[in-house]
Design a protein around this ligand. Structure first.
Ligand code: 5GP
Length: 195
């Protein structure tokens, strides 16, 4: 998706060779027009799959997730990372280890909003080591629902997540695939190439 790649080239900041900071349009300040285009692109790639819900994780998945949900005309559900006082009965949980933050989070969702009749599109901002996506897959399975696909805004192809998540057999679509962040420079993977 060229609009997204141009934005990453113009505004992305490479931290430490493995982490990309995109605070100006995705992770802190949010560019609504870009999010709308991202939502349209996810909807285009995952249409005709009978999707009934979009599921993401708070907080950075919410902006692209809600735009995908708007375009697919279904609700967005976001898994919570913190315990909610109001979320008590029928809570499904999964443990997710974040290598970026070096901490384990218990993510949760209410069984009221994901159930056995749902076909769920998972959306997240980044795919790095794959733990967040695998945690979301686990929540959907525990709810007795089906995963219809996984939509990622930025995949870091030099990390293991893409391989791990694709091994589950679910379709993964990433809108920008980064091959390397070496020497402070973003290098995108050639379209269609597989690492
Ligand atoms: P994973 O579970 O695939 O290792 O990591 C996914 C989560 O870690 C994403 O939801 C994202 O919040 C965060 N993350 C991983 N890598 C990066 C990165 O390079 N930049 C930013 N901003 N977040 C990242």
């Amino acid at each position: 998706m060229n609009l997204l790649k141009n934005k990453i080239e113009d505004e992305g900041v490479v931290l430490s060779g493995t982490v990309l900071k995109v605070d100006s349009f995705l992770n802190h300040q949010v560019d609504p027009e870009l999010m709308m285009e991202i939502g349209k692109e996810f909807a285009r790639r995952f249409k005709d799959l009978g999707i009934t819900k979009v599921l993401t994780i708070e907080s950075s998945g919410i902006a692209p997730g809600v735009m995908a949900a708007l375009q697919l005309n279904v609700p967005l559900v976001f898994a919570r990372k913190r315990k909610s006082l109001t979320l008590s009965e029928g809570v499904i949980t999964s443990k997710v280890y974040s290598y970026t933050k070096q901490e384990e989070n218990t993510i949760s969702v209410s069984s009221k909003y994901i159930g056995e009749n749902d076909r769920v599109l998972l959306v997240d901002d980044f795919l790095a080591n794959g733990q967040a996506a695998l945690g979301l897959i686990d929540l959907v399975k525990q709810a007795g629902a089906n995963v219809a696909g996984i939509g990622i805004v930025i995949e870091k192809s030099f990390q293991d997540g893409g391989k791990l998540v694709r091994e589950t057999g679910y379709r993964v679509e990433s809108l920008a695939e980064i091959q390397s962040l070496e020497n402070g420079k973003v290098t995108f993977k050639q379209e269609g190439a597989r690492v």
